[in-house]
Design a protein around this ligand. Sequence first.
Ligand code: SF4
Length: 195
Amino acid sequence: MNSLQKEISACRICAERFAATETAHQPRPVVWFQPGTSVLIAGQAPGARVHASSRPFTDPSGDRLRGWLGVDEAVFYDRSQVSIVPMAFCFPGYDTRKADLPPPPVCGKTWHNKVMQTLGEIPLTILVGGHAHKYHLHVRSSVTETVRNWRDHAPRVFALPHPSWRNTAWMKKNPWFQTDLLPVLRARVQEVLND
Ligand code: SF4
């Protein structure tokens, strides 16, 4: 681990905030990035399963995301090729509907610029969910609108919805996502990984 990775791993800024949630958990940052990466997956925040495993996307959302990208677990978890940087490094807890709380903004404010500086030039950035769209693209549009305009940012950046089961209906309503966007994304992933 480099010094920034160590600093983030030791971060406890949100200890009181997390202690006040229903799960009353402690911060457990999931740090998964390396300078010189070919692919950056910019996500939202770890869920409860990832909090337990300390590996990003070890859940059904991860299975769906790997399917979207056309990569297996060996490639997805190869940190020399793929970095995974969410808008918050820790599980934020649940809201009253048992949905994950949004990433605490303090995490992005504290760490994100430093992480992006460490990563340097990245051939392919994949933005997963509205929080990542807002930070990386500075957009205020809805997730659907941002994803629908994916050609504005490709091939260096692709904006995707979150791969959660909650978006299954969204995928049915927007079939162009699977027929038009995903084939281009998969080809680009292969291109940068083989470069
Ligand atoms: S979410 Fe971010 S800022 Fe909060 S404790 Fe975890 S690493 Fe620190």
